[in-house]
Design a protein around this ligand. Structure first.
Ligand code: UDP
Length: 256
């Protein structure tokens, strides 16, 4: 069993060969603050079951995930896998919740935030709602996420002009992470994070599951049933579960 400290001194465990940090929200937030202060472009990845399955089939995304500065357990499936890997009390830290906490941090510290992604109008609406929810949040720009990859450099230049410290990209896995990685230097952000459908949630265009469904840890089922596009994602769940069950428990331990 190897013991290894990550850069941020947060233990991590191997899930399907990828390191996932075992942390709670306050630790994640402190780590993000430290990454922002480090001054270099850092990336936070929020790993759900589908992300880990996609990474096992997409070499570029696998490399991004492996070199991510912080990898949080975004789904109940990954929390289960962490427990199996020997993590005593894994906690789920979703990208959506972490984004909210970072907005609060922006209000405290003046960090500049840019929202890239989702359908036209959604990022703007999310920004309006976030300003009401986190007074003082410093959102310096928004842009929708429907553009061809051939326009990436132009979009990145546009974002760079707003000089964001934090860049949230909501374009789905793995497109959002690839955009962040490929354009890190051009944009010069200090913390980049792919946030999937979070702008849809914060804008109010997609409702979160009722509290009871969330308490029963069935939000994924709710979202799948209310959006047929989510079926493709749901199909990765049995694949994920099967691969985790096959992997050896001892080989998966990597944290300190
Ligand atoms: N999206 C986008 N550009 C695209 C495809 C998708 O901006 O070319 C947006 C989409 O509108 C949605 C988000 O990406 O807001 C993906 O949300 P989803 O919930 O599918 O992401 P997940 O969390 O499942 O990766």
């Amino acid at each position: 069993m190897t013991r290894e400290k990550s850069v941020l001194d947060i233990p991590s465990y191997r899930v399907l060969g990828f390191g996932v940090h075992a942390l709670d929200m306050p630790t994640a937030l402190r780590a993000c603050d430290a990454l922002i202060r480090s001054g270099r472009p850092s990336m936070v990845l929020t790993a759900d079951a589908s992300a880990l399955v996609i990474a096992s089939e997409d070499a570029e995304f696998a490399e991004i995930l492996s070199s991510g500065d912080l990898v949080t357990p975004d789904s109940e499936g990954v929390v289960w896998a962490l427990r199996r890997a020997g993590c005593p009390q894994p906690t789920r830290v979703t990208g959506c919740d972490l984004m909210g906490e970072l907005c609060s941090l922006s209000a405290d510290q003046g960090y500049r935030i840019f929202l890239l992604g989702a359908e036209p109008g959604t990022a703007e609406l999310a920004a309006e709602k976030l300003r009401l929810r986190y007074p003082g949040v410093h959102i310096v720009g928004t842009r929708h996420g429907y553009f061809p990859a051939s326009d990436d450099a132009v979009v990145a230049q546009e974002i760079a002009e707003s000089k964001p410290d934090i860049l949230f990209v909501a374009m789905g896995i793995p497109r959002q992470e690839k955009f962040l990685r490929q354009n890190a230097e051009r944009i010069g952000y200090r913390l980049g994070m792919g946030v999937g459908g979070s702008f849809d949630v914060y804008s109010g265009r997609v409702k979160r599951a009722p509290r009871l469904i969330r308490a029963l840890k069935l939000e994924w089922l709710w979202r799948t049933l209310s959006n047929p596009k989510k079926f493709a994602k749901a199909k990765t769940l049995p694949v994920f579960a099967w691969r985790v069950l096959r992997s050896k428990r001892d080989a998966s331990r990597r944290g300190s």
